[in-house]
Ligand binder design. Structure first.
Ligand code: UTP
Length: 275
């Protein structure tokens, strides 16, 4: 079944980026002159996604407004003869169908995805974290690679990336056996383990493609660490029920959820060769 929809959670508080996030969503901060969320939406669109389901919270409406036609600006630009600028905006407004869903309380990533259940319906869908940009070595959309893995193997897929051992405790970690080059059959997932709790250095890297069965497990998942509904817990249940593959990222992931990540993304992507 074609993957037509992508959920982009962008409802988080962004406390690591305060004070700026008290007034501007981190997903709107610029990387190479474009808001992070635009890079993320473009990656999804390149994977054949037609509908983007943006999960936002009250006060973060600018994240979705960015993709909405702005009649007033349109007529001002027309009157000023700024046709190129208008064309550029229209291209953004037409990237995909944008559906907005609210997460009324920030109960974690798993909860944010669950908020999109009705909008997704009974079909496979991608999840791209709204605060992470991925650049693959071959300039192809990483989401497209995950979509193609779901198509080939039928199982839900998580994007994984090798990380240094000393950083393992910061990530959701994927354990599994490599079956095809770069494709791993998952055996266990652990959220932010200590170094001796796992032998794996494969960390989730902000991209997923799920069969709709994930919603059943999200609904069964109780709040865990930090009173949040953890996506990893539901993914572990999904893995035990119908299997889960990991697809390795050959490239870089930029987490702009903290200021170092934002700076690094801007320095590294200045000549964004994939645009
Ligand atoms: P983070 O894990 O970075 O959490 O979210 P956060 O709350 O945004 O940031 P900090 O930790 O307070 O600094 C990863 C992605 O998931 C979304 C965020 O908007 C971000 O794009 N998210 C997170 C939600 O949509 N809802 C949540 O409850 C948590």
């Amino acid at each position: 079944m074609k993957v037509r929809k992508a959920v982009i959670p962008a409802a988080g508080l962004g406390t690591r980026m305060l004070p700026i996030t008290s007034v501007v969503a981190k997903e709107l901060l610029p990387v190479c002159g474009r808001p992070v969320i635009e890079h993320v939406v473009r990656e999804a669109v390149k994977a054949g996604i037609e509908e983007i389901i943006l999960v936002i919270s009250e006060g973060k409406e600018d994240v979705s407004n960015y993709f909405k036609p702005n009649k007033q600006l349109e007529s001002t630009l027309l009157k000023a003869g700024k046709h190129n600028e208008l064309r550029e905006l229209e291209e953004i407004w037409n990237l995909a169908t944008i559906t907005v869903v609210y997460q009324n309380e920030q109960l974690g990533l798993g909860h944010a995805v669950l908020c999109a259940k009705e909008a997704v319906g009974d079909e496979p869908f991608a999840v791209l974290l709204g605060d992470s940009i991925i650049q693959t070595d071959n300039c192809e959309s990483f989401t497209a690679k995950l979509v193609s893995a779901l198509d080939t193997y039928g199982k839900s897929v998580v994007g994984v990336q090798e990380v240094e051992e000393c950083l393992i405790h910061k990530y959701g970690i994927f354990e599994g056996i490599e079956e095809q080059q770069g494709v791993f059959n998952g055996s266990k997932l652990i959220e932010k383990p200590t170094e001796d709790e796992t032998n794996s250095n494969l960390a989730f890297c902000a991209r997923y493609v799920f069969n709709p069965g994930i919603f059943y497990f999200l609904e069964q998942t109780n709040a865990g660490r930090n009173n949040e509904i953890q996506l990893t817990d539901a993914m572990q249940q999904l893995l035990e029920s119908e299997g889960l593959n990991g697809v390795k990222l050959e490239g870089d992931r930029y987490d702009i959820g903290d200021s170092n990540g934002l700076l690094l993304a801007n320095l590294s992507l200045t000549d964004f060769k994939c645009e």
